[in-house]
Design a protein around this ligand. Structure first.
Ligand code: ZN
Length: 150
């Protein structure tokens, strides 16, 4: 695996973990479901929600089909068609306006329910880090929040 996880030290943040994800292409949907599931299992949260947050402006996170990898490839292809790298009119001097646009479309966070200590995902669903200006190493923050005691 190219991903690794570590928990933060302070007790108040004990249920937040940071995942480092190394991407290998400029536009890449990388399936991180197993890493998130591991983090949730280790959090000890049995019932609650898991927030997955990507603190970047040219990478985001989405949930979509993970069973057939062609789906992720087709999504990558479509994003590159929607926002071509060198479209006329971009003014951002860094030259990665398309990456920012794609990230704005997918967004920076997802929330998944936790039941019986496990992520609640549909049969075909997977969680993807969406790289739009790779390759590089990205950070994913995962916070598992238990239901409030009643
Ligand atoms: Zn930029």
């Amino acid at each position: 695996m190219s991903a690794s996880a570590r928990s933060t030290g302070s007790p108040s943040a004990a249920r937040t973990a940071r995942l480092a994800v190394k991407t290998s292409r400029r536009t890449e949907l990388r399936n991180i479901t197993a890493d998130i599931a591991d983090i949730v299992a280790r959090s000890g949260v049995v019932s609650g929600v898991c927030h997955v947050y990507v603190p970047h402006t040219t990478a985001g996170v989405t949930i979509n089909e993970g069973a057939d990898p062609d789906v992720a490839r087709d999504i990558e292809l479509t994003f590159d068609r929607l926002a071509p790298r060198n479209a006329a009119g971009y003014q951002h001097a860094e030259g990665n306006s398309d990456s920012h646009v794609k990230t704005a479309i997918v967004g920076s966070s997802q929330t998944v329910f936790i039941e019986h200590g496990r992520l609640v995902l549909g049969t075909w669903q997977a969680i993807f880090l969406c790289e739009f200006d790779g390759p590089r190493t990205r950070e994913v923050l995962v916070r598992s929040v238990p239901d409030a005691a009643v």
